[in-house]
Design a protein around this ligand. Structure first.
Ligand code: PXP
Length: 238
């Protein structure tokens, strides 16, 4: 059965907007697990724009399912991952100016660097996934540099402007997933998936796990707002 890992970065984004202590992504992660999430994901960015080191360390102590740490392949992150030991490390490209991760990792063009980096992660007992575009060249390279998983980038599919385009891009994802499996890689996918575009994946066991953040947190704000207002109204009126 397909698994869902929930990314709680945007709970931290909301907290960081005020630089106070709520909402806490650690609490959100616990609630996501109670609701059935199979894992929790956080992206500890170099600029610490949302998730903080404190969040990662607390999550390591409290997550009861699996903790997936998204990070850039830097020396600093290697040190943090080796110390915290998440259940999976997902290497992603990271640019300071981007709003969110843009595109998959360039694995084919950085084989030597990534092979050495992944070797160091494995020496620290870490399992490694690479976030890649669904193209054979990058998937082949992911296998060659020693990753056990690939996370196929679904962002382009999610931004399709027509049904026809969505169909074509989904077929590319499917071909990518099958190719990865044929090489012995495990397959996750994510980025931009929401309550509508996820439907096309139903009945496709090639995608073992889904990594979803923004659409779940966005919906949580809306489905939770009525109760939150009602509770405040009660406090004010009584
Ligand atoms: N996978 C990766 C590698 C990501 O960087 C992100 C965004 O943090 C996601 C999945 C989740 O994307 P979204 O927030 O659009 O669901």
């Amino acid at each position: 059965m397909a698994k869902l890992e929930v990314n709680v970065d945007h709970v931290a984004t909301l907290r960081q907007a005020r630089l106070i202590d709520e909402p806490d992504p650690v609490t959100a992660a616990a609630l996501a697990e109670l609701a059935g999430a199979d894992g929790i994901i956080v992206h500890l960015r170099e600029d610490r724009r949302h998730i903080q080191d404190r969040d990662l360390r607390l999550l390591r102590q409290t997550v009861k399912t699996r903790l997936n740490l998204e990070m850039a392949a830097t020396k600093e992150m290697l040190g943090i991952a080796s110390e915290v030991v998440p259940d999976l490390v997902t290497l992603v490209p990271e640019k300071r100016q981007e709003l969110t991760t843009e595109g998959g990792l360039e694995v084919a063009g950085n084989r030597d660097f990534l092979q050495d980096y992944i070797r160091q992660l494995k020496e620290a007992d870490l399992r490694v996934s690479l976030f890649v575009d669904p193209v054979a060249k990058q998937i082949d390279a992911a296998r060659q540099v020693g990753a056990g998983w690939v996370e196929l980038h679904t962002g382009t599919y999610a931004e399709a402007k027509s049904e026809k385009e969505a169909h074509r891009l989904f077929e590319e994802l499917l071909a990518g997933a099958r190719h990865a499996q044929s090489l012995g890689l495990r397959v996750k996918c994510g980025h931009g998936l929401n309550y509508r575009n996820i439907k096309r994946f139903k009945g496709h066991p090639e995608f073992e796990e889904y990594s979803i953040g923004h659409s779940i947190i966005a919906r949580a704000v809306l489905v939770g707002i009525e109760r939150a207002v009602r509770e405040m109204v009660e406090l004010i009126r009584t």
